[in-house]
Ligand binder design. Structure first.
Ligand code: ADP
Ligand code: MG
Length: 671
């Protein structure tokens, strides 16, 4: 069977369905088979309503009296209905799932699986999952539940995959025999398991396949990188020492070590491919400055790419202060830069040594004379293509050394797999004098009682406040307060303070102007979207407020929090929630810990690697099977990959594997 064939080969998939599937990233038969259930449900065990006991229950019945209402507290909609069978009736309740009102036909029979419990003095079934009785295969103990995509609901996927049962038999293995079992069995059992143990065994098989591919991709990337040539940058000890001595502070030991790693890499004739990981505020920029200076001393050019214009501008200004007196010729290139043509000429002539900018650096007509080092800040905001473009910008035919900086700590298991081709330096030490940031979850009521006085206090001692909102403008789709209306409200509450807003859709010059005034201490409260998330450095700001905190990921919240606590003063972070629901584990962990590496591990457990990797890579890589927390399995896969690579013939023999691997290579390559 050709796994690469279109999904239209499947029974029940016509052009229209194929189109919906395509939008969900499911283009081929392979994609369809690998679209694994998100969970399984045992509907066979359905009992009667009369016999329900508190706890997890499954019932079978018809539903009526469906309605949705807004809860008194904002941001919560409640959908209710009544399910009946011939023994009785039970109330069912869903939160924030108003589509349920439209989902059911009153004359059809459904399974409901959920928790039967006493809430506010009434018995109810809370947030049950449901399935049409006629859709469930009575012979299988567990029914797969699929993620819905557009018009295609779980039961549609179930129907199509059921119709394709006979196709599994001809699926060939992907890997050489490195684990027990076959791919066809594993895929079949993943969709149609006879027990939960069966399902996990099947998924483990597929997870191993995925690990193998990932590790193989990163090993091949490393091989390819080693084949490239780069300019050797000799280490100019006296000049570097002079530079370090003139700094306004002492480097941390971690900064020293990282810089040393980098200088050693750049002395080699193969391009550096190093990731500099350091929690927010650990001083990565200083390491970048040192590396850049080293490269420029050897007569080459350096480019630093930042994810936003604000950040590029800030980097430029900070670095200029450091490097100006050493004769480094610097320029800033963002979308807002005037006289671009002239500037680009200077870059191609070699009249500029150090160019700091955004994506604008990557437009096709920017040429470098001699790009030796490229530094990418917060790499997760850069797509792979952009990185590849950068590598091609070296007219000498030599690949630039590449230093990638990230404040998103990468859990160890990810480092071994996805980032296995990178050398890593870690800044695990904060500059002296930093105080931990007090973090607190506040409900709406607590916000008024505790936060407002706190803001007054902080501002009266000449410090500043960030207030982060989800949306730019109010809109009907979301109840989140927007930047604009929050700004207006705050002006009413604090008529004597200077309050401004900032968001990504403003003109670059406007943004720069506001950011500049905030940096200069002329704005007390900056109400902003997450454009300030990455890297912005205003040490005088000591309060970070995140409204609708529940709607952000852990890594992002940690990033936002890192905008304060950058000076010597005590800083605070407030996570505002509606108070309708218990704060999530995510928020509670953030309240407890300020260790980015610990939080990344928690995030990995809570969300799975796909999400974390997604955050790093803009969702470019979608790991289908969460398995990256299993370090033992990773080690085994590493061994197997090593053996695989010892036989060059393997690459020709395992064509399907290599095609998948080369896709991963595209995603993970930094060259
Ligand atoms: P990040 O790692 O988040 O990019 P930055 O490079 O922006 O951190 O540094 C955060 C702040 O710490 C900056 O204001 C920087 O000047 C300062 N800093 C960097 N290194 C040191 C050091 N060794 N001692 C004291 N302050 C430092
Ligand atoms: Mg930074």
């Amino acid at each position: 069977m050709d796994l690469g064939a279109s999904t239209e080969e499947l029974k029940g998939v016509g052009p229209k369905t194929a189109e919906v599937l395509k939008k969900a990233g499911i283009k081929t038969l392979r994609d369809f088979f690998y679209n694994l259930p998100r969970d399984y449900e045992s509907f066979q065990a359905a009992g009667t309503i009369a016999e329900m006991r508190p706890g997890k229950v499954v019932i079978k019945g018809k539903i009526d009296s469906l309605s949705t209402r807004q809860a008194r507290r904002r941001r919560l909609s409640i959908t209710e209905g009544v399910v009946r069978d011939n023994t009785g009736a039970v109330r069912v309740v869903w939160f924030n799932q108003s589509y349920r009102t439209r989902q059911f036909s009153p004359e059809k029979e459904y399974y409901f699986s959920g928790t039967y419990e006493l809430k506010n003095g009434r018995w109810q079934m809370t947030s049950p999952s449901s399935a049409l009785v006629v859709d469930i295969d009575p012979s299988s103990a567990l029914s797969p539940i699929y993620v819905a995509h557009g018009a295609l609901k779980s039961h549609d996927f179930r129907k199509i995959i059921s119709g394709a049962r006979d196709k599994f038999a001809s699926i060939p293995d992907l890997l050489p025999t490195v684990q027990a079992g076959t791919r066809k069995d594993a895929l079949f059992k993943a969709h149609f398991p006879s027990s939960t143990a069966d399902a996990s065994k099947a998924r483990a098989y597929l997870a191993y396949e995925e690990l193998f591919e990932l590790i193989l991709a990163s090993k091949l990337n490393k091989r390819e990188n080693e084949k490239l040539k780069a300019k050797k940058v000799p280490f100019d000890a006296p000049k570097i020492r002079e530079f370090v001595e003139k700094l306004p502070f002492k480097l941390t030991n971690a900064q020293r070590r990282a810089a040393w790693d980098i200088f050693q890499d750049m002395e080699k004739g193969t391009p550096m491919n190093r990731l500099l990981q350091g929690d927010v505020g650990s001083g990565k920029t200083m390491v970048a400055a040192l590396s850049a200076y080293g490269a420029i001393l050897s007569g080459g050019q350096v480019a630093l790419l930042a994810p936003t214009a604000i950040l590029a501008t800030q980097h430029f200004e900070g670095l200029k202060k450091l490097l100006d007196s050493f004769g480094v010729r610097m320029a800033l290139l963002t979308g807002a830069t005037k006289h671009k043509t002239e500037l680009k000429k200077q870059i191609s002539n070699g009249e500029i040594d150090f160019i700091v900018g955004t994506h604008a650096i990557l437009t096709d007509d920017t040429e470098f004379k001699n790009l030796i080092l490229a530094i990418i800040d917060e790499q997760h905001r850069f797509g792979v293509e952009q990185r590849q473009k950068l590598a091609l910008k070296s007219p000498t035919g030599l690949a630039p050394h590449l230093l990638t900086m990230t404040a998103t700590p990468i859990p160890r298991s990810l480092q071994l797999t996805i980032f296995g081709d990178l050398d890593v330096s870690i800044l695990n030490e904060m500059p002296k004098g930093r105080q931990p940031i007090d973090t607190k979850i506040l409900t709406e009521v607590e916000t008024k009682e505790q936060l407002y006085p706190k803001i007054r206090e902080v501002v009266s001692s000449k410090n500043q406040v960030y207030w982060i909102c989800k949306a730019i403008e109010d809109n009907n789709m979301s109840e989140a307060t927007s930047v604009k209306s929050r700004c207006k409200k705050l002006k009413e509450i604090f008529p004597n303070l200077t309050i401004e807003f900032l968001h990504g859709k403003m003109k670059p010059t406007e943004k720069d102007e506001i950011m500049g005034r905030f940096s200069d201490g002329k704005i007390d409260i900056l109400v902003s979207t997450t454009v300030v998330e990455v890297g912005v450095d205003v040490p005088n700001a000591t309060i970070m407020i995140v409204e609708n905190a529940e709607s952000y990921g852990l890594a992002q919240l940690h990033q936002l929090r890192g905008r304060v606590g950058r000076g010597e003063k005590k800083s605070f972070c407030y996570l505002l929630t509606s108070g309708d629901i218990e704060p999530s584990r995510r928020l509670r962990e953030l309240e407890k810990s300020s260790d980015g590496f610990y939080l990344a591990e928690v995030d990995l457990k809570l969300r799975g690697p796909g999400e974390i990797y997604g955050a790093l890579q803009h969702g470019a890589l979608d790991l289908r099977i969460a398995s990256l927390s299993d370090t033992k399995l990773i080690r085994r896969a590493q061994e197997d990959v090593k053996k695989f690579l010892q036989n060059d013939g393997n690459m020709l023999k395992y064509k399907e594997l290599m095609a998948g691997v080369s896709k991963y290579q595209q995603l993970t390559t930094l060259n």
